[in-house]
Design a protein around this ligand. Structure first.
Ligand SMILES: Cc1cc2nc3c(=O)[nH]c(=O)nc-3n(C[C@H](O)[C@H](O)[C@H](O)COP(=O)(O)O)c2cc1C
Length: 250
C-alpha cells in the first residue's frame, strides 16, 4: 500500500478519509478533496512520510516540496507544522500571528501545538497582552510562517479562542518550563512604560493567573513556494466538512 508522503502513481493517488489514508485506485478524480474530516488517524506521521520540507533528508530519502500532487503538499504542510512544535530552531516554530483592530497587529510567537485532525494550532501568551484584547474583539487571525532555506511561505487563517483558568490552560501550564513561568509574573502588563529596561517587579505569584493559551482553528491554508523552476502556490479551504484544495497562480 502506498503509505508514504511521496508522489504516488496516478492510479494510486489518495485522499484523506476517515480512519486512514484512503486509496482511490483507478478512478481518482482531481477533486482536491483532502479530508473527510480533516486529517484523520493514520495521517502523514503515521504514514511515516517524515518531514518533507525543502531538500531535507528524511530516512535516507530526499523529500522535497517538489510535488505536483496537491495531497502530497498538503500532507507535508501539516507534517511540517507538527514537526516545528517539537524542533527548536525550526523556522516554522516562530511564526508571526497577525490580529485585527486597534489593539491588533503582527508579532512573533512560538508555535506550541498543532493537531491536524482538528485543524488546531496554539500559542501561549500573557492574558494582559494587547493581542488578547484584539482577539476578544475579533477572533480572526492569520499565522504567517516562512522558511528562508526553501523560500516557502505558509499562511493559515484561523479563529482563536482564549483559554485561561480552564483545563486547557492548566494542562499547557504543566508543560511550561520553570524558567519560562517567570515571564508571566511581571507586575505590569506587557507594553507598559517603564523608566529603565531592567526596571519592573516580578510578582510572587506563580504566573498561572496571567497565563493564556490561544487555540486557533484553521479555516484556510495558503502555501507558496518560490521555486527556481517556477513558483507554485496552493490554497485549501475548510468547507465545514472537508478541506478543499486547489492550485492557484502564485
Ligand atoms: C522569538 C520570539 C518568540 C516569542 N514568542 C511569544 C509567544 O509565544 N507568546 C507571546 O505572547 N509573545 C511572544 N513573543 C513576544 C511577541 O512577539 C510580542 O512582542 C509580545 O507578545 C507583545 O505582543 P502584543 O503587544 O501584540 O500583544 C515572542 C517574541 C520573539 C522575538
Amino acid at each position: 500500500m502506498w503509505g508514504q508522503c511521496q508522489d504516488a502513481p496516478p492510479e494510486k493517488r489518495g485522499e484523506f478519509a476517515s480512519g486512514n489514508w484512503k486509496l482511490v485506485t483507478g478512478n481518482f478524480q482531481p477533486s482536491r478533496r483532502v479530508g473527510a474530516r480533516g486529517l484523520q488517524r493514520g495521517s502523514c506521521r503515521a504514514m511515516d512520510c517524515g518531514l518533507g520540507r525543502g531538500s531535507g533528508r528524511i530516512k535516507g530519502m530526499d523529500l522535497t516540496w517538489d510535488s505536483t500532487d496537491l495531497e502530497v503538499v498538503w500532507c507535508r504542510v501539516w507534517e511540517g507544522l507538527e514537526t516545528a512544535t517539537r524542533t527548536p530552531g525550526d523556522a516554522w516554530r516562530t511564526p508571526v500571528v497577525a490580529t485585527a483592530g486597534d489593539a491588533g497587529g503582527g508579532r512573533v510567537v512560538v508555535l506550541r501545538q498543532v493537531d491536524g485532525k482538528v485543524r488546531s494550532l496554539t500559542f501561549h501568551t500573557d492574558l494582559r497582552a494587547p493581542k488578547v484584547t484584539a482577539l476578544r474583539a475579533s477572533p480572526w487571525l492569520t499565522w504567517v510562517f516562512y522558511e528562508p532555506r526553501t523560500q516557502v511561505q505558509l499562511r493559515v487563517r484561523a479563529a482563536g479562542t482564549i483559554h485561561a483558568g480552564d483545563a486547557i490552560a492548566a494542562e499547557a501550564w504543566d508543560r511550561v518550563p520553570a524558567g519560562s513561568r517567570k515571564n508571566y509574573t511581571t507586575a505590569e502588563a506587557p507594553g507598559t512604560e517603564r523608566p529603565h529596561p531592567m526596571a519592573g517587579e516580578y510578582l510572587e505569584k506563580t504566573g498561572v493567573e496571567r497565563f493564556a493559551v490561544v487555540r486557533t482553528v484553521a479555516e484556510s491554508v495558503d502555501w507558496l513556494w518560490l521555486a527556481e523552476g517556477g513558483h507554485r502556490r496552493a490554497r485549501w479551504e475548510w468547507n465545514g466538512a472537508i478541506w478543499v484544495g486547489r492550485w492557484v497562480t502564485p
